[in-house]
Design a binder for this molecule. Sequence first.
Ligand code: GLA
Length: 674
Amino acid sequence: MSGSFAPGRLLLGGDWSPEQWDPATWDEDVELLREVRANTVSLGIFSWSSLEPEEGRFETAWLDEVLDRLDMAGIGYFLSTPTASPPPWFSLAHPDALPVRPDGVRLTHGSRDTYAVSAPAYREASRRIARLLGERYGDRPGLRGWHLHNEYGTLDHGPHAARAFRAWLRARYGTVEALNRAWCTAFWSQGYSSFAEVEPPRATQYLPNPSQAIDFRRFSSDEMRAALREQREEIRAAGSQAPVTTNYMLPTWNHLEQWSWADELDVVSLDHYLDTAGPDAEAHVAYGSDLARSWSGGPWVLMEQNATGIKVDGRTLAKSPERMLRHSLGYIARGSQSSLFFQWRQSAGGAEQWHGALVPHAGRDSRAFRGVRRLGEVLESLAPVAALPEEGPLVEAEVGLLWHADGWWALETPDLPSAQLRYGEEQRATHRSFHRAGIPTDFVRPLADVSRYRLLVLTCQYPLSDAEVTWLEEYVEGGGHLVVTYLSGLADEHLHVATGGYPGRLRELLGVRGEEILPLPAREVVTLDDGTVAEEWTELLAATDAEVLARYTHADLAGLPAITRARRGAGTATYVSARWTQESRDTWLRAAAQELGIGPTLPGAAERGLEAVRRRGHGVDHLFLLHHGDRTVRVQAKGTDLVSGASAAPGLAVPAGGVAVLSLPPGTAARLLP
Ligand code: GLA
């Protein structure tokens, strides 16, 4: 990962599928792209059957023509390897390369993402087409980067996966005895006598083995990463030095260990789809962006968002052009070098013909297209934002939030004390609290250097390895302030509960000993004696070596500790045994940050619906002001708004729904006028 993707300007455009249209439409598209000042498309993502209509017979003339048009028009492109969607001939020739579901059903072509990643025929065909594209297009002037595959994430439970899983397990555990210990196979008579007996988790009579389940998720991520690496190697062997990316996906599923994947990439890219049309959509933009920037270790690429709609419960709700603009800048404020969309021209046929687009079915004469034109103007005025700081982070954050794919996968294993807590939702809840307070956050990789974070929060990190426990202890000893929530540190990396009191892995660091985990019935809330309110999760807890910050007040937990704080070395370790409601989480975390002197980017802004994010640039800071509130606000600073050209020195009015991006000397303050 280079952490230095700097295309010289912000990228605007989207997935473009010329194979769905005739050459006259290509010409119109190029004109329209120019009209909105778009400078980038993503191409070839699902073009395998157009590029290789029969095994070994390649048809590239159409793509040559398309790229020639783009080059002539000065429009850049991410070129994809089309391996997310093998053509029917491939599946028919290699039925063993179709994925098998846990219930044993082998899927059939007819949609997309129908591949068994461990199947040799699939891997070979993928390498071949990657090599071909690399050789043919690797030095094209308009090539911004390689978009390898699309949203890796098809899990296969078939025979090829079984073979590869066994090899992975052998490498991880060495002996079958070690595997038996790690998976606690003595439970329910699952003891294996050889690796050959092990299968991927498949449909079985009752609950599956959780250790097997999490190892399969880890294996699948590693296996897909190996496939990605092979494609990258083919591209490099073909002589192309263009940056390499693959698009991650949020928020619905998570099949990748994002940090280790980022190590393979020149830049992380993210497809981000909102799941609420309410005010939380803005918090969600911030969440996706902070994750992507953190995974990338610097700038990143927003590869896809929806231009016009937000899908909620099967309905596509409106996203107005103004909101789309604010969201686009929300991503860019937090390190994206782009505002790219799925997709450029709305399809007239096929499975996603109702998905939003920059050129909607209605065509150029539409609110959506006018919105894109406006976005194009704004992004052009923000060109200087794309330049990177000479050193240091793009966004300075003093709060770190641990993100660990293991935590997500662990919470997807069945029969935990409560099935109500989803990893992604819990991370969002904590991130949302800081977002609502206007306090910037980074996500943090396990075992990373976290010395620059004054506050580190672990939300529902159920498994922790020995090394991770030591890492947390050292952080606190060294003066860090750690906050650990319920459902963290209960188990080791094999998902074995650490016995002797909860949360066993962190009991000493936190100075607590829990005896029982006591989820609350649905919709029941309880109040702690500091006034905060909890739902879903409580614990019967004793403070063995920690101060009690808040106690339960209900039923037989009345008077017992709920929130504790231990002093260790130069730092503190706080344990929150109850799951706060969102409002209580907001109140408590904001106060915890304030206590450490960690404040918002622009004091008073968040309360008025004004999102303020400072993105560091080359010798300059860019203060993004995105106004989601309903009354004009005024901001004063020694700088100029790049969008309107107005000086902010006398105070700049940002109207409700509006945006401004102030170019400021590094570190200079801005203030909200009353
Ligand atoms: C994903 C894919 C796109 C498209 C969009 C919209 O993120 O990458 O091809 O399917 O979702 O559903």
